[in-house]
Ligand binder design. Structure first.
Ligand SMILES: [Zn+2]
Length: 495
């Protein structure tokens, strides 16, 4: 089930603002204290923490709605759990998580959920943040300032395409209060229109696209020329972006150095200073990166499709930099948001009726997609040579082989499986085959055989550009250097 959070501003009176501020203060204090205890004592179970803290806070804050205490403790348990998980993976160096801001959770019984979901056009909520004793709760009505996005989701609720979660979040931001509604969307079921395989590189995402409808008719007409997958690239420039920001960061360090010089001529570690962090924040590097990730996800999910991509490990960067020695290069690879792209695509795919399939990354760019032989390095870095005498573009091999892996061909030809580790038939059968409609598998097999047959005649089209090109700009010194970008936002090139 997909979740979408929609924040709607609240029209809060002065008195209610005061009240909410004090409730927030107390709520945050509970979360902080419980998180600290949980991390220090390695106790993260929500039940245990509840047993340890509930009555203490109930006595300390008798006016707070007891449900909020329960929720604050739960929230603390979740924060502590995810912090410890990240620390285990080596992503955290701080001893405790910082709880800077919290959103106050109102469960079903502490706001007018029933009434709200029963309404055709809800414009206000009623919340009970405090209790005035003897089980009577202080109930406050607040008007919403709903916007277009909220109405769009509400329309889906009315249509039965979405559900409103019963928990409401109230959050303060820049001195305004917001109600955050969580909508649970039902994934759409759509007929796939295309089969898309994609591969993430340093500065591009390589995409192989097969348009099902037109391809079916071409297959029927036996028009081989048009039945090979299209290959194009989406320019992301994550590597270039990382390098640029790296330069800017070192300039900032150089400029700040005189300010932090110690009498003995040394400098304090400038990256730890507030000044440095402030300036880096202004660069908005993350925001730009997120924007590009979304752009890729949008492009790949425009139409309902079967989307095929490589299985990424928990830490794809690490496995990729194993044999890369240069520091600068390692840094750049770490900056490529593999996981973020994958997650964004998966999320959008569900929303738009596409399905995502993972295939093993084993040998995707090392096997000739026509002859199933092992490719050798050529002079140009992203062009490989088949022992049968023709050249293959690395990206093309990669997306073609991903396609092959969904067909029965993968079972008969062992080349795509790592025999030592991955030859677990049952696992693969369960993992991939039954979920893909049989018709699609058959079609894909047809298309791939067609492509193979037509390419056997003229394998030159597999290699883009001149294979003997001196490496030049295409080789950026990294084991997975990308092809030349075909223009911003993804130019198209047909094969
Ligand atoms: Zn070949």
């Amino acid at each position: 089930m997909l979740r979408r959070a929609v924040a709607v501003e609240l029209e809060v009176s002065k008195e209610l603002n005061k009240l909410l501020c004090s409730v927030e203060e107390v709520y945050k204090r509970i979360v902080r204290e419980v998180v600290e205890y949980a991390v220090k004592n390695n106790v993260t179970s929500a039940n245990k923490l509840h047993g340890l803290f509930y009555s203490k806070y109930r006595q300390e804050y008798p006016n707070l709605n007891s449900q909020l205490i329960i929720q604050a403790i739960r929230q603390a348990s979740q924060i502590a759990k995810s912090f410890m998980e990240r620390r285990r993976m080596g992503l955290m160096s701080k001893p405790y998580p910082e709880v800077r801001s919290v959103s106050i959770r109102f469960v079903e019984t502490t706001w007018n959920y029933e009434e709200f979901v029963g309404s055709i056009a809800p414009v206000r909520i009623a919340i009970s943040p405090i209790s005035t004793g003897r089980g009577v709760s202080g109930r406050f009505e607040v008007w919403l300032r709903p916007h277009k996005r909220f109405w769009l989701f509400w329309w889906r609720v009315l249509n039965g395409e979405a559900e409103l979660a019963s928990t409401l979040l109230i959050k303060r931001r820049a001195n305004k209060w917001y109600a955050i509604f969580i909508f649970k969307l039902k994934p759409r079921e759509e007929e796939p229109e295309s089969i898309i395989a994609f591969d993430i590189n340093e500065n591009t995402v390589a995409v192989g696209r097969i348009d099902i409808k037109t391809t079916v008719s071409k297959v029927v007409d036996w028009n081989r020329q048009y039945t090979t997958p299209q290959l194009y690239t989406i320019k992301t420039d994550f590597g270039r972006l990382a390098r640029r920001y790296e330069r800017i960061r070192s300039t900032i360090i150089e400029r700040l150095k005189p300010e932090f010089a110690l009498p003995n001529g040394n400098y304090v570690n400038i990256t730890n200073t507030r000044e440095f962090r402030k300036r880096v924040r202004k660069l908005r590097e993350r925001v730009r990166k997120v924007g590009r990730v979304r752009q890729v996800a949008n492009e790949l999910t425009k139409t309902p499709a079967i989307i095929i991509t490589e299985e990424l490990g928990d830490n794809p960067q690490e496995s990729m930099i194993e044999d890369v020695m240069k520091d600068e290069l390692r840094h750049r690879i770490k900056q490529i948001p593999f996981k973020n792209i994958e997650e964004a695509v998966e999320d959008k795919a569900l929303e738009r009726g596409s399905k995502l399939f993972h295939v093993s990354s084993y040998r995707n760019s090392k096997v000739c997609p026509i002859h199933f032989t092992k490719l050798k390095m050529a002079d140009d870095w992203h062009i490989l040579k088949c022992p049968l005498g023709h050249y293959v573009d690395r990206d093309y091999a990669s997306v073609m082989n991903m396609n092959w892996k969904l067909t029965p061909e993968a079972w008969t030809k062992g080349v795509w499986w790592n025999m030592k580790r991955e030859m677990n038939w049952r696992e693969y059968e369960e993992k991939s085959n039954p979920i893909i409609p049989h018709g699609i598998v058959t079609l894909l097999q047809h298309i791939m055989e067609n492509a193979k047959a037509s390419l056997e005649k003229s394998p030159a089209v597999l290699a883009r550009g001149k294979p003997m090109n001196p490496t030049g700009e295409a080789n950026e010194g990294w084991a997975r250097a990308p092809p030349r970008p075909l223009g911003r936002g993804g130019g198209q090139k047909e094969y």
